[in-house]
Ligand binder design. Structure first.
Ligand SMILES: [Ca+2]
Length: 644
């Protein structure tokens, strides 16, 4: 665990190094003073039955400036950038003392950090409340304050204890973000080390997205998630923090690819949840795209019903966006792996043309995909097709790895394509919204396009390359702190095979051309005809018989197959078409072995010396390329020739 956190720190250092240096340079230019190396020890103490306000005691060591500037994120900001300065006061009753207990003065001001170079999605400034402390030459300073109680937070959100559907209540937990409750140095580089000691009533526990150095001490490192200098990964830096009574809440944790995946929910909700499914999908995404450079991923659900007026605003803490790479943080029932539909066996595989409450256009855990696509791998400038379309594609692929691709093609991609052809495709294209309010052209057409790209990659690489290889390349860029753009995307895609994707990217992702997916979502379609007839024919021995085959590759393009062209003879024996001989020879062997491709109309035989009796000619492909006939995976067609 230590190892992976170190790896995480290494990874983020690379990403933020430049920004940190740049910010530090600015600070030095504006405030020419030496950088401090402050050590911060926080204690978060919750007493009694959980009703009271938590109390924070912070000891700052190695202070060496006349003024100590400490900040926390405030006020609350929603996804549209609206400020709610009166909604929640996270920090109350602040007092500052020196090592001898003498009071020091603190004065408050508002600070805002903004940068036009920030990633498109995080357009809002970061708002801070800054407390300036006159240190009077003290090196060690203690700051104490209260944090809003959970009842105060829920009440501010518009939720009440009466709103709980199960027997949990606001006193049974505390939930929020460390950014809002940990006063910390204004200058990130001033932080040398930080720890957070958690003191809780008996039977309580906590969870953060930081590692522990002991059972009750969280190693915050240099508090890297909590500063705007790492702005490319601003959401990645959210630091959800949950404290809960273990008699009322269940925490399930699994280490996946070095990431501690934590899910906390009330006991009542836990009965309907299936964390194993979530783990499986989480692992899949790490495997096929890349392992997220985070220490932990945390989800939290409580069972509160009804509309909570400011729930989304609270979720958007601390920067004004409801989702984070480090987890989805929900304060009410539902959420991406919510109470309903969360079971692996209950994943609703909808039919796209059947809108309704039972037919959901997305899967309930879909939000997890965001951590990879759009939060970690970012497109700049923003393109809706990547966020919506590739997200939707991978959401479906997580289901496919559990249920099988055929199931997902049949139940999701084919209906989606049919809906597209019937209602959306142009010219001119007509956009529509799904029952989840998602535009077809931003979510579903680009999802189908991703499927098409995957098929083209397989087709041009004997299935050695897939769209996962593209995503891995893009993930590597993200690890280097590089946002994707059209040129990088195109170059990555074109590097995989000899196929030039430039025009299909233009046509289907940026343009409004009609997707040519006919035949890419169906089963392979072999066709065999005798004298241009697909039914039975009757000929005399003198007549010549022409046997012609064709194949539409269908959804398995590039997949290896045994190709069969066979004849059952009147005497009951089998012949097969030998490609090199160009004729039927006795026995039953594959005519060809290799990847599926679409084969245009091809004449194989044209002879007039067939024996009297019934000859049945078969053309088929089976998807297990092993030289034997596999009837469980074969697609075939036949025609019979009755020779008189
Ligand atoms: Ca076979």
């Amino acid at each position: 665990m230590k190892v992976s956190y170190d790896k995480l720190k290494e990874g983020t250092k690379k990403v933020i190094g430049f920004s940190v240096a740049f910010l530090a340079l600015n600070i030095i230019l504006i405030f020419p003073k030496p950088a401090n190396c402050m050590d911060l020890s926080y204690e978060f103490r919750l007493s009694g039955d959980g009703t009271s306000r938590p109390h924070v005691t912070l000891t700052v060591q190695n202070v060496n400036s006349a003024t100590l500037e400490m900040v926390f994120n405030w006020p609350v900001i929603d996804g549209l950038g609206n400020l709610y300065p009166d909604l929640i006061n996270f920090i109350e009753d602040v007092s500052v003392t020196d090592a001898d207990g003498r009071a020091l003065s603190i004065s408050w001001s508002d600070r805002t950090v903004d940068d036009t170079n920030w990633y498109w999605g995080f357009v809002h400034p970061i708002y801070y409340k800054c407390g300036s402390i006159e240190t009077l030459g003290n090196n060690n300073i203690t700051i104490q304050y209260d944090v809003s109680s959970n009842a105060e937070i829920l009440s501010a959100m518009g939720a009440t204890d009466e709103g709980f559907i199960d027997d949990t209540r606001s006193k049974d937990f505390w939930h929020g973000f460390l950014e809002n409750i940990l006063l910390r140095p204004w200058v990130h580089s001033d932080v040398s080390s930080a720890t957070l000691r958690i003191a809780l009533p008996g039977g309580w526990n906590y969870a953060t997205i930081y590692p522990n150095s002991s059972n009750d001490v969280v190693a915050l490192g240099t508090m890297d998630y909590m500063y705007g200098d790492n702005i490319r990964w601003k959401n990645y830096q959210r630091s959800p923090f949950i404290v809960y009574d273990t008699a009322k809440f269940v925490a399930q944790t699994k280490l996946i690819k070095g990431i501690k995946v934590i899910d906390i929910c009330s006991i009542e909700l836990d009965k309907d949840r299936n964390q194993e499914a979530f783990y499986q999908y989480f692992e899949y995404m790490n495997n096929v795209i890349g392992t997220l450079p985070i220490y932990a991923y945390l989800t939290f659900n409580v069972f509160i019903g009804g509309d909570i007026e400011f729930q989304k605003v609270f979720q958007a803490l601390p920067y004004g966006y409801e989702h984070g790479v480090t987890g989805e943080f929900y304060s009410a029932a539902g959420g991406d792996i919510g109470a309903w539909g969360s079971s692996l066996t209950k994943v609703p595989l909808w039919a796209f043309d059947g809108w309704g409450p039972e037919e959901q256009p997305h899967l309930f855990y879909a939000g997890m995909i965001r951590a990879w696509i759009f939060l970690f791998i970012q497109f700049d400038p923003f393109v809706p097709w990547f966020k919506g379309g590739f997200w939707t594609y991978y959401e479906n692929m997580t289901a496919a790895q559990r249920y099988g691709m055929d199931h997902v093609v049949d139940r999701r991609f084919r209906p989606m394509y049919k809906y597209y052809i019937d209602n959306i495709a142009g010219p001119p294209e007509v956009d529509e919204k799904s029952s989840w309010g998602k535009n077809f052209l931003e979510y579903y057409k680009p999802c189908l396009t991703a499927y098409y790209f995957d098929q083209l990659l397989k087709e041009n690489s004997s299935s050695n390359k897939t769209i996962d290889d593209l995503m891995k390349l893009l993930f590597q860029k993200a690890e280097q702190g590089i946002a994707i753009n059209r040129a990088i995307f195109t170059e990555a895609l074109n590097s995989l095979t000899n196929y030039d994707f430039t025009s299909v990217i233009e046509d289907y992702l940026y343009g409004s051309s009609k997707l040519p997916l006919d035949g890419y979502l169906d089963n392979p379609y072999p066709n065999i005809v005798a004298n241009n007839s697909s039914g039975s024919i009757t000929v005399s021995t003198a007549d010549s018989v022409s046997i012609t085959v064709s194949l539409t590759r269908g959804r398995y393009g590039g997949q290896n197959a045994d190709w069969w062209v066979a004849e059952s003879t009147p005497s009951g024996t089998f012949n097969y078409y030998n490609l090199s001989a160009g004729s039927m020879v006795s026995g039953l062997l594959p005519t060809h072995q290799g990847p599926l491709f679409s084969l245009g109309t091809t004449q194989l035989l044209n002879s007039s010396d067939l024996a009297v009796g019934t000859h049945t000619f078969y053309f088929g492909v089976d998807l297990k390329m092993n030289g034997s006939l596999d009837m469980d995976s074969i697609y075939y067609d036949w025609v019979s020739v009755n020779v008189q």
